[in-house]
Ligand binder design. Structure first.
Ligand code: Z5A
Ligand code: MG
Length: 264
């Protein structure tokens, strides 16, 4: 799903800016033309800002949401992308696996139990599914588009190592992919997540397996991750996420270097 950049200053936008205790003009730049058109409010587009004499490339942020099944990742990713769109910030919603590609269709067949694959093989396919999007991902970020990504390499490592694969082996094929600017972990116990219902027939949608995945996420987790209590009402989760993401978008616009996995 791709979100555009044109918006109007709605009451909801102003309300959200107030909620975030940030001045609206710190989030968006008003056009000098007071007549409100869909192009009136835009983030400044400074793609080559200079900070203390060093040329810093302004860019979009790579924001990753992780968490157990039913933790609310997809719901929050949609809300985030819509909010950013509403702020006139160029943003796109991405998800992994991307089931639209040839590799993604093999993954989908595996997840829906219509094909069987060796654990190592499916792990490498999940990774290949990210690699096939790497170039586009980098181009988008460098040209100022923020990517809100529903699952990334951490899901790859957590789910495969939960099956017993060596964690370092699982990380290896991810080395060199763009590193997220922020990882937000939506924290919920496997039991609470299961209570939300909606576990379908997909391969990993079982409470016992989700408990193992939760343990693997704990191993991957480091101090840079932002942990949000996913048991809160959906709007409260959203509010916390917005604060984190807007700070991150601001940092990247100032010209934070893009790094690669796997740093930790
Ligand atoms: N996988 C892997 O093995 N290796 C990899 O490299 C990658 C993935 C990338 C497909 O994932 C599977 O692939 C996944 C990991 C594995 N394993 N499984 N199973 P997927 O992303 O396609 O899974 P999904 O189908 O999108 O669903 P999900 O992740 O289980 O759910 P979610 O996105 O976290 O939650 P949600 O759909 O937003 O919300 C779930 C329900 O809870 C829904 O009814 C909401 O309305 C409700 N909800 C959401 N938030 C709240 C709050 N705050 N309160 C109450 N209710 C809420
Ligand atoms: Mg989801």
């Amino acid at each position: 799903m791709i979100y555009g950049t044109c918006v109007k200053a709605s009451k909801s936008l102003i309300f959200r800016a107030l909620l975030l205790r940030k001045p609206l003009n710190s989030l968006v730049k008003f056009s000098s033309n007071s007549k409100c058109s869909s192009r009136n409010i835009r983030m400044e587009s400074c793609l080559n800002c200079t900070t203390e004499g060093n040329k810093q490339e302004s860019r979009g942020a790579l924001v990753v949401l992780e968490g157990l099944d039913r933790s609310g990742k997809s719901s929050q990713c949609s809300r985030l992308a819509s909010f950013l769109e509403g702020q006139g910030i160029s943003a796109e919603l991405w998800r992994f696996p991307d089931r639209t590609t040839n590799v993604g269709q093999m993954i989908s067949a595996y997840l829906t139990n219509t094909s069987q694959l060796d654990d190592h093989t499916i792990h490498l396919l999940f990774s290949a599914n990210r690699w096939e999007k790497r170039s586009l991902m980098e181009t988008k970020l460098k040209t100022g588009t923020t990517l809100i990504v529903d699952r990334y390499s951490y899901s790859g490592v957590a789910f495969s190592s939960a099956k017993g694969l060596d964690i370092e082996w699982c990380k290896a094929p991810e080395i060199g992919l763009p590193a997220p600017d922020v990882v937000v972990y939506l924290d919920i116990s496997p039991e609470k997540a299961a209570e939300r219902g909606g576990y379908g027939g997909e391969r990993y949608e079982k409470l016992e397996f989700q408990k193992k995945v939760a343990d693997c996420y704990k191993i991957l987790h480091d101090v840079s991750w932002k942990v949000v209590d996913a048991c809160q009402p959906i709007e409260d989760v959203e509010k916390q996420l917005l604060e984190i993401v807007l700070d991150c978008v601001t940092e990247c616009r100032k010209g934070r270097p893009l790094s690669t996995l796997w740093l930790r």
